[in-house]
Design a protein around this ligand. Sequence first.
Ligand code: 2RA
Length: 329
Amino acid sequence: MKVAVVGATGMVGQVMLKVLAERNFPVTELIPVASEKSVGKKITFNHKTYSIVGLETAVNMQPDIALFSAGGETSLTWAPKFAAVGTYVIDNSSAWRMDDTKKLIVPEINATSLTKNDKIIANPNCSTIQLVMALKPLHDKFSVKRVIVSTYQSITGTGVKAVKQLENEYANKKDEMAYPYPIHKNALPHCDVFLDNDYTKEEMKLTHETKKILGDENVFVSATAVRIPVVGGHSEAVNIEFEKDFDLNEIKTTLKDFPGITLQDNPAVNSYPMPIYAEGKNDVFIGRIRKDHSHPKAINMWIVADNLRKGAATNTIQIAEYLIKNILS
Ligand code: 2RA
């Protein structure tokens, strides 16, 4: 497979290269793509050295698959150009996610909806992916009615500039800020920008994307997205109200049996997910599963995942794996 990685020098792009190698993805030729200032720089992948190219050159090389993590503007302009030469594009930006003509894919949930005509495929937002991985098996069995989620998001979701800000704050250095306030010893209830309804874009992504991925407009999600000074992954405290009665043990078994989920749920021995231990892993980790004592048809749980992996790079590559197994073969 001729594979382009668009945004190859970014945090997600770098993790995509790592995951492609880890999973022995059948890359016969890599096309690392980045902004003009990086063109010509070298990237090593699977013990081979490649030169970074620009977008125009990459399109003309006609890759089989292009994995995008280069922002919405670049994707809106260039994804159609790649698709026009027959490339399957999997995009990590929000550009195509809510486009009715594009599919929003978490492979364990809805990859089977993909056809050969889906040349631009949207990868959901990282905080959405780990949430819907828990919701999907429970929705199928117990009909999810309402979800209240509070996220505790890694600064890596913002990018290199945020990681640099935290390092500078550790070192008491004043430099360019990624956030309007200090992030060290702080928690910012502000991920992405505020909208007219006083929610942030990140919070509304959780609401809208969850409905689309589950294919059910009657699943109601209310979110509060918080940025915290960690780097290993995003955590989410989630309350789920069901339409149907449920047995807690059946809830746990249903989650445990769903591909891509690892349960870490034994308070007696302090077993629960944490971002420091989820970092570098591809699963979604779930624990603190308990009945909501304030509501007869609701439960609480804690969900953690590496936002650069299952939240971005790994999910993207799992979509590509599905394509080559079921559509490109
Ligand atoms: C964030 N989910 O964490 C967004 C984009 N990666 O900032």
